[in-house]
Design a protein around this ligand. Structure first.
Ligand code: 3SL
Length: 246
């Protein structure tokens, strides 16, 4: 049987390894929700980079550049990390360079994977349906917060474990932990997460509507996939021509 494992934070990634796996990067609040939203609303691509410097140099080359640190938009960039800013019509057809505190770091650490895709509640069922067709093992990589575990990414990992459970087994307890947590929280994600660390952090910054938006399930039938360093919308044809799209 194929395997699904959950890495609860990038700090543990070495214990799992990404080679020959389909890695689902998850940063529910808010990076992977923004990536899904941006591509669903017509962005051509998103170029995820780890550092502010890399993002700045892409901006200097003419890219629209999004940068977030500690929940706030970094000075000198065009966009922060709100999914609503990715709905802007003027961005349609454009490529956006993006760096965030945790989400884009998690992508950068997974580049040796067979394939990297982006998961969020917003595209949950699309991701599950795609994973069910995979012959590779799956690693769900939760971006967490600065190396620590967070509740919202773990919950979503649990939703994926539930979704693919009939076809994929897991050997360690993190997948079971995520699954169990999701059973406890799935009927009211918002309430379940109300005292979580990042929800409290975002509330202090008066970022409220983004939280509710990112906790909606299945509003987009789009899967961002990393191809030659850029996240693009997965086309159905790409699913049948094999993997290796990094
Ligand atoms: O850490 C990240 O990558 C961000 O998603 C954090 S925030 O939601 O923009 O604060």
């Amino acid at each position: 049987m194929k395997n699904i494992e959950v890495c609860l934070t990038p700090a543990l990634l070495e214990l799992y390894g990404v080679e020959n796996k389909v890695v689902v990067v998850v940063d529910i609040l808010r990076a992977t929700s923004c990536m899904t939203t941006g591509l669903a609303h017509g962005l051509k691509s998103i170029i995820p980079v780890a550092s502010l410097d890399e993002c700045r140099s892409l901006r200097a080359k003419g890219f629209v550049a999004a940068a977030e640190r500690d929940g706030k938009m970094a000075d000198g960039f065009d966009l922060g990390n709100s999914p609503f800013s990715y709905m802007d019509k003027s961005l349609e057809g454009k490529s956006v360079a993006m760096t965030t505190t945790n989400g884009t770091q998690a992508i950068s650490k997974s580049l040796k994977a067979e394939q990297i895709i982006i998961g969020s509640f917003l595209n949950k069922t699309a991701v599950i349906n795609y994973l069910l067709k995979q012959s590779h093992d799956i690693l769900v990589l939760c971006a967490g917060w600065k190396g620590q575990v967070n509740l919202e990414d773990t919950l979503f990992a649990g939703a994926l474990v539930e979704g693919v459970g009939k076809e994929f087994a897991s050997e360690n307890d993190s997948a079971m932990t995520a699954y169990t947590l999701y059973q406890a929280g799935k009927n009211d994600l918002s309430k379940f997460l109300s005292s979580s660390s990042h929800v409290r952090r975002l509330r202090k910054l008066n970022i409220i509507k983004d939280i509710e938006f990112c906790l909606q399930s299945d509003i987009y039938n789009v899967i961002p996939v990393l191809k030659k360093g850029e996240l693009v919308k997965m086309e159905l044809e790409m699913e049948s021509v094999g993997l290796k799209q990094n």
